[in-house]
Design a protein around this ligand. Sequence first.
Ligand code: NDP
Length: 281
Amino acid sequence: MTRKPPSIAFPDGQTVPALGQGTWSMGESSARAQVEIRSLQAGIDAGLTLIDTAEMYANGGAEEIVGRAIQGRRDRIFLVSKVLPGNASRHGVARACEASLRRLGVDRIDLYLLHWRGPHPLADTVAAFEELVSQGKIARWGVSNLDGEEMKELTALPGGERAQTDQVLYNLGRRGIEFDLLPWCRSRGMPVMAYSPIEQGRLLHDPTLKRVGERHGISAAAAALAWVLREPGVIAIPKTASREHLKQNLACLGVTLTDQDLAELDQAFPPPGRKRPLEMI
Ligand code: NDP
């Protein structure tokens, strides 16, 4: 019996599980589709009902996989998708959203994000998001890969204060946001969505992480996730298309890292001592 993930609230009051599921690289091969769908469904059944996708992933292919995985389960799902910067103009957002809705097979996206900042003014993207909210095509919106200064700029725009999240790279090896962005978001009651929480698998051979995991009887992947979720205000969205990996990852939910664990991890992965440019993958 695995534990359910803790829940976390967006500024508008909507709650979601703090551990969700990523989908980057899904939908690239029809031979893998069934395995990806079954893994997502097993995650949903375990309570990982927040699913993160994007029009970019496999050129819409990941959204189609998500659409198939959530058939008959839509009511339980919190669906996150993203618009590409090149599509994020006043009218381009609506077109991109329609295409995402079609691929996902739903009539509403629960959280729609600007994938990263591009050529179109943020004010135009915000206005387009707000229009989609008023039409009921998205329930709320946010951004991704914006740094602290850009978040201040965004939230000062008309309607910009309704941004619900910033989805950013955050894991043991990428701690820069702890210096400024994370405290700023926390002060506004805005969760950060941590993408690549196990650094796309590259963290898993780290000896300190392995040792900490062994101490709790969990894998290095689960230890990395327990670390990302150690404090409130963060949603982690690891991707796996393997039910064995899913099971391992779910084990993070039963674990509270000790002061000793955290000190050893700080030694191996020092927290930022000064402001750093926002990192992206
Ligand atoms: P993750 O850190 O989630 O790592 C995913 C990789 O780790 C996959 O190769 C997966 O393979 C493997 N993996 C997962 N669990 C385990 C485990 N227990 N043991 C061994 N390997 C494991 O990286 P992602 O970049 O995928 O980030 C997560 C999600 O965040 C994305 O899928 C996407 O939804 C989002 N994202 C958003 C970005 C943005 O710009 N907004 C940028 C990047 C990601 P396997 O499937 O075989 O388990």
